[in-house]
Design a binder for this molecule. Sequence first.
Ligand code: CTP
Ligand SMILES: C[C@](O)(CO)[C@H](O)COP(=O)(O)O
Length: 226
Amino acid sequence: MNYEVVIPAAGRGKRMGADRNKLLLELNGVPVIIHTLRVFEDDPLCSGIILAIHPDDRDTLEQLLTQYDIKKVTHMVQGGEERQHSVYEGLKAAAEEIVMVHDGARPFIKQTVIHRLAEAAETRGGAIAAVPVKDTIKKVQDGFVTETVERSSLWSVQTPQAFLLEVLMEAHREAIRTGFLGTDEASLVEKTGGKVTVIESDYDNIKLTTKEDLVFAEAILAKNDQ
Ligand SMILES: Nc1ccn([C@@H]2O[C@H](COP(=O)(O)OP(=O)(O)OP(=O)(O)O)[C@@H](O)[C@H]2O)c(=O)n1
Ligand SMILES: C[C@](O)(CO)[C@H](O)COP(=O)(O)O
């Protein structure tokens, strides 16, 4: 089952505190976004990549796509104020029955996980990558614990998140109608009553968010190169 992938890459990386979009920072001399794009470029099931970008990054990204011979990018659309808006702009350019959304900031996604997500989206409508939570999670108010959440049912959700395009587009349209702003695609589908399958991913599929994650990323790269 072929799929298209929308890659939101239009963020400003405020928590990273870098002098540029964190996706342009380099890991082993290669920009983060190229590490991410290569996974989909090399996947025979990926029929196209739709990048949602910040206008300030367009020239640099076009140069990088040429430099690293990334040919599957079919659209570079302008992202929005929030990640959800960037994803929606990307979805407007999608046409395949199955669409995936994958953070540009997650360069270590594995094709085996992607393929399990695509299969689940095709047969069950929607699926997300996630891993079981390892820490104890508590709710906190004014610096005090208000609740310890039962850990056995908690999962740390990642991307890709894969859906039938029509399902995800309708969920986004409903979110616009209601003014709902979610932190992932699945939360929009859940709001419409859609069922979302969880596909177990791995702990390497980190999102590069703060500078400590760059250290973890170099270690993951070194492990993968062994
Ligand atoms: N308006 C936005 C915000 C985020 N993203 C993308 O969504 C992914 C996950 O977002 P996050 O890790 O939060 O990135 P930033 O928004 O750049 O980080 P910060 O919140 O620290 O500014 C990233 O690939 C980011 O580029 C996007 O396309 N459009
Ligand atoms: C979509 C996501 O990666 C799932 O964990 C996460 O919600 C993105 O959050 P961000 O603050 O936009 O990076």
